[in-house]
Design a protein around this ligand. Structure first.
Ligand code: C2O
Ligand code: CU
Ligand code: CU
Length: 428
């Protein structure tokens, strides 16, 4: 394999070792889980066209594995069903596709263990660079990658989940950005480019920068067609965004997390952290004028009339013992829940009749949101996670192309995933 790669297609190899380590977190010493000793894990940065191999080694005391979230890669290489025993290794290979420049991330995917391993610290960012990154003024922007990850500590360890946490999804009482509480960063006047991953197991972030528009240029795995000005942007678990901030003069900026309720009709999951500052930015230097790029990329409009199948994915739950379900069934590794034909377009309704939001995620194949409760999506974007608000239906369109094999779809509130809100799709 990979013996005759052209020179413009170099193989990039990374090693990631999952292991426990005691680190100083928010002023306390605590044993967390790390990749290569760091929390969050190291940034893996590659170029479109690179063949990327990640060699994963498990030095935990239990099974784990690695999932490269959002990457357009062969299901055989994604292999989230395959677990890695303590002391063992496994490699994951993909070719960073043309047009896939964007922000991705990695985390464990051993069913039943994902929540705890991720909550304890196992997550890290991946960036694929492409031609758009070289456009001015993007090329000269100050770029910050922000990994949002909450955690709770207790007696020098990560606090365990209690019974209720599995139902609503545990939100840690420490909200961390790149492993630190309210980090202070600096940048020169000009464009500030914030690339944000929600690597929390359950917490939603409602991003806002007082006094500034968020000029959103990317969501999940790719660029938008043009910058989109927003006041706030909701980032649910697994989602990523790429935001430009016009820092035209020397000033202090704050990235806030405004309140948002995941259970609008039920008990509030808002914690005292809501509304708090995530990070601070001190901008210094001469006043500057900034012209945002008018066009970033082209996103094809999918012709829904050509869709060959319509499917419904309905979330649910069973009490006593607690299980979360999709179409009435809790996850079974050995069951194929849905099939799709390679080379076709499908339309799926993600139906959430529950009193709480669920972020829906599909492996390998990016999709476009068509409508939310019948209201057409206001712009086009390639997504791999979409929030399905309580009592709502989100319609998505998925082109199944290039790859065949078994892929997973699930709620990215990881407690729900571990408790069954996941299914297997086979693309034939
Ligand atoms: Cu981010 Cu199936 O996962
Ligand atoms: Cu994924
Ligand atoms: Cu859920």
């Amino acid at each position: 394999m990979n013996t005759s790669l052209p020179l413009d297609n170099p193989t990039r190899t990374f090693n990631l070792t999952a292991k426990p380590k005691t680190l100083a977190i928010a002023g306390q010493q605590a044993e967390v889980l790390t990749y290569n000793g760091s929390f969050p894990g190291p940034l893996l940065e590659v170029q479109e066209g690179n063949v990327v191999r990640v060699d994963f080694t498990n030095q935990l005391r239990e099974q784990s594995n690695l999932h490269l979230h959002g990457i357009f890669m062969s299901p055989e290489e994604d292999k989230p069903h395959q677990t890695v025993e303590p002391g063992e290794s496994l490699s994951y290979t993909f070719e960073a596709a043309e047009g896939s420049a964007g922000l991705y991330w990695y985390h464990p995917h051993a069913h039943g263990k994902v929540t705890r391993q991720l909550f304890k610290g196992l997550a890290g960012p991946i960036i694929i660079r492409g031609a758009v990154d070289a456009l001015e003024p993007l090329a000269s922007a100050t770029e910050k990658v922000l990994v949002l990850h909450d955690i709770s500590l207790q007696h020098g360890k990560v606090a365990p989940h209690a019974g209720m946490d599995w139902g609503k999804g545990k939100e840690g009482d420490l909200v961390l950005v790149n492993g630190a509480q309210q980090p202070e960063m600096t940048a020169l006047t000009g464009l500030l480019r914030l690339r944000v991953v929600n690597a929390s197991s359950a917490r939603y972030y409602n991003l806002n920068i007082p006094g500034k528009q968020l000029q959103v240029i990317g969501l999940d795995g790719g660029f938008l067609e043009a910058p989109l000005a927003m006041e706030t942007l909701l980032l649910t678990p697994g989602e990523r965004t790429d935001i430009l901030v016009e820092a035209t003069k020397a000033e202090e900026l704050q990235l806030l997390n405004l309140p948002y309720s995941r259970t609008p009709a039920g008990p509030s999951t808002d914690t005292p952290e809501a509304g708090k500052t995530l990070a601070k930015f001190t901008i210094t230097g001469e006043a500057k004028e900034i012209v945002l790029p008018a066009k970033l990329t082209a996103i094809p409009e999918l012709d829904l009339a050509t869709a060959t199948a319509h499917k419904a994915i309905t979330f649910g739950a069973i009490m006593q013992p607690l299980q979360f379900t999709i179409n009435g069934k809790a996850f079974d590794h050995h069951r194929t829940d849905l099939t799709a034909k390679a080379g076709t377009l499908e339309v799926w309704d993600i139906v959430n009749p529950m009193m709480m939001d669920h972020p829906f995620h599909l492996h390998t194949f990016p999709f476009q949101v068509v409508s939310i409760n019948g209201v057409p999506a206001p712009f086009r974007a390639w997504k791999d996670v979409v929030n399905v608000p309580a009592n709502s239906t989100v319609r998505i369109a998925i082109p199944f192309h290039k790859y065949t094999g078994k892929v997973m779809y699930h709620c990215h509130i990881l407690e729900h995933e571990d408790y069954g809100m996941m299914g297997n799709l086979e693309v034939i």
